[in-house]
Design a protein around this ligand. Structure first.
Ligand code: ZN
Length: 231
């Protein structure tokens, strides 16, 4: 057998990514609103207490490193107050004073609500090139104060073939008998969603779809449902 024939006869990745006994009946893409690097709210007054002067001037544009699946830096605007002399920064929408973008915070929350444990969410984000500590994930989830009923069983990580994560393939996958959660780091794949969920059991759709809607709303994500083609 020639090496090339040998290679083409081995669809190993496909086997790992879709278990033969688990054909999805529905695929759901979660889109998270992107930061808008050029969208600023012009400050109308100085933000410091006991000042509040309306005489503020743009002084400088400063580069700020951010943690986000698709952005590395944004430009923040540094303003000065003509009355009190102090300076303050204004960030583009979706970016705050902390390094973590709103999109990454929402992604952490989404993955947790979908059933990944506090230990698994950092692994998921690391697969996207966004290392974040378990403690940070815990704080993000707790700070939202959101509670969505948890499903019956946690998700288990599914090993993927090496070299996964490009050409429209997921870079990480978790599953249980009802659903699988996949992460994508290519833009333009999975309808530009970072997270895709596959549902396996048609009889559970009446329970799972409303639950996923709750999860999406809680995480500030847009949910797109695609009926999978009948096998
Ligand atoms: Zn001031």
């Amino acid at each position: 057998m020639t090496p090339s024939r040998h290679r083409s006869a081995l669809p190993h990745t496909a086997r790992w990514e879709t278990a033969p006994d688990q054909q999805p009946v529905e695929r759901i893409v979660f889109r998270l609103p992107a930061p808008e690097p050029y969208d600023f709210h012009e400050p109308v007054r100085c933000p410091y207490p006991r000042c509040g002067s309306q005489d503020v001037l743009l002084r400088q544009l400063v580069s700020k490193a951010v943690r986000d699946p698709f952005l590395r830096h944004v430009i923040a605007r540094r303003y000065g107050c003509l009355r009190c002399g102090r300076t303050f920064r204004v960030y583009p929408s979706g970016i705050g004073p902390t390094q973590t973008s709103l999109r990454l915070r929402r992604l952490s929350l989404l993955l947790y609500l979908l059933g990944l444990s506090y230990a698994e969410v950092p692994r998921a984000l690391a697969a996207l090139g966004q290392p974040i500590s378990k403690t940070s994930v815990y704080l993000i989830v707790r700070s939202t104060g959101i509670s969505v009923p948890e499903l019956r069983h946690r998700l288990r990580r599914v090993p993927l073939a090496t070299g996964s994560g490009g050409n429209g393939r997921p870079c990480a996958r978790w599953a249980n008998r009802w659903l699988a959660v996949e992460l994508y780091r290519d833009r333009g794949v999975a309808d530009d969603g970072i997270v895709r969920v596959e549902l396996f059991d048609r009889r559970e759709l009446a329970v799972l779809l409303p639950w996923l809607e709750q999860v999406a709303a809680a995480a500030g994500a847009q949910m797109l449902v695609h009926r999978a083609r009948a096998a």
